[in-house]
Write a protein that binds this ligand. Structure first.
Ligand code: 3PG
Length: 401
């Protein structure tokens, strides 16, 4: 591996900044964590640091969104999973946090509050500029080592991800190590045709990655579902009214451009299911009217997509096909995952939502690589060097020279 791992360092007595991604699904009413997979994934790294003073840091949600919360509930889950006390402080870079860090003893774990409480963490920086932010310049001097294990946000050049490695010796945590090793192995054996099944709601991120995937020969067919599917249907004028999503005209224009540029690559649903007073009503895409809540794809689309998946050499699926949390709209998400799991292709499933459905179907073992990363994984597969990986590779070069 081109990056250093925990095995390259003497960890005893060290104060460690551990950047993880515990960005979990949150119930919009109760603000409770509804899936703890991403917290489970950081346990191995924390356990590997049992002789160190460990400061765990993560973001949760985006400022302004309902899932933007404090980290107190994450601390409780962490405590339960580690089966030991986890200190939690409602601070990120203030005196209170600094004092807690200074007072840590070997074997203790401290969780900072949501990193995005710190304004700088909501912006992208060059690594050098990130190292000069108030966050990094204040905190770096309190640490001996930076461990980056936030693979699901490896595509973000935020100060906590690319800033600390400029100053501190840095290495990958166990999750990042595993992800990079597995993905690199898979990509060497991955065969065409490459079928990408994309859903979910982070449209902007996905649109940027789609073009790179196609250009780099990693997407022969792109099967669209979820909100991104609706955006493409609007770009094809099969949906004739606004969808009411963020930066809609911009994303529809980009989808329109992509369809024009790569006319044979994209497939969009032929039938969908809407929510009518809590009931599932299936219809042809041509029958959708303004105000319809499109919550799932229909059986003809599942059939059509399943045939393309069956002929694939490699399948990558990311993002749910609809409002899968509601039982009567989980048909598409479950059906696609079943088809992927039973295909002969090399298979990669990405994102926390799909992972939990896969688990509930008992199909996790039938997939070649399962990752809780979403946008970061899509970009990784394009062959782009992600900012976090780049920061780790450069830190390794500095360390070895
Ligand atoms: C994710 O869930 O994709 C990561 O946690 C990154 O979150 P972000 O898209 O809000 O930066």
């Amino acid at each position: 591996m081109k990056v250093l791992t925990l095995d390259d360092f003497d960890l005893k007595d060290k104060t460690v900044f551990l950047r993880v991604d515990m960005n979990c699904p949150i119930d919009s009413e109760t603000l409770e964590i509804t899936g703890t997979k991403r917290i489970e994934e950081v346990i191995e790294t924390i356990q590997s640091l049992k002789e160190s003073k460990v400061v765990v840091a993560s973001h949760q949600g985006r400022v302004g969104n309902k899932d933007y919360t404090r980290m107190d509930k994450h601390a409780k889950v962490l405590e339960k999973l580690l089966n030991k006390k986890v200190k939690y402080i409602e601070d990120v870079i203030g005196i209170a946090a600094q004092n807690e860090i200074k007072n840590l003893k070997n074997g203790e774990v401290l969780l900072l509050d949501n990193l995005r409480l710190c304004a700088e963490e909501n912006y992208e920086f060059s690594p050098e500029a990130a190292s000069k932010t108030i966050m990094v310049s204040r905190l770096a001097k309190l640490f001996d080592l930076c461990v980056l294990d936030s693979f699901p946000s490896a595509h973000r050049s935020h100060p906590s991800i690319v800033g600390f490695p400029q100053i501190l010796p840095s290495c990958a945590g166990r999750l990042t190590e595993r992800e990079v090793r597995n993905l690199d192995e898979i990509m060497t054996v991955a065969k065409a045709p490459h079928v990408i099944v994309l859903g979910g709601s982070k449209v902007q991120d996905r649109l940027e990655a789609i073009q790179l995937l196609i250009q780099n020969g990693r997407a022969d067919h792109v099967l669209l579902t979820g909100v991104i599917g609706n955006v493409f249907m609007r770009a094809q004028a099969r949906i004739k009214f606004p969808l009411g999503i963020e930066r809609e005209e911009e994303v529809v224009a980009k989808a329109h451009f992509l369809i024009g540029e790569y006319p044979d690559v994209f497939s969009t649903p032929v039938d969908i299911a809407i929510d009518k007073d809590g009931e599932r009503v299936e219809m042809d895409v041509r029958e959708i009217s303004k105000g319809d809540k499109i919550y799932d794809l229909g059986p003809k689309t599942l059939d059509f997509y399943s045939k393309l998946i069956a002929g694939a050499g490699t399948v990558f699926i990311s993002g749910p096909a609809g409002f899968f949390e509601k039982e009567n709209f989980s048909f598409g998400t479950k059906g696609l995952l079943e088809t992927v799991a039973n295909s002969m292709a090399t298979t990669i499933v990405s994102g926390g939502h799909l992972n939990s459905v896969l688990k509930s179907l008992g199909l996790t073992d039938k997939i070649n690589h399962v990752s809780t990363a979403g946008g970061a994984l899509v970009l990784y597969l394009t062959g782009e060097r992600l900012p976090m990986i780049k920061a780790l590779e450069e830190a390794a070069i500095r360390h070895r020279s």
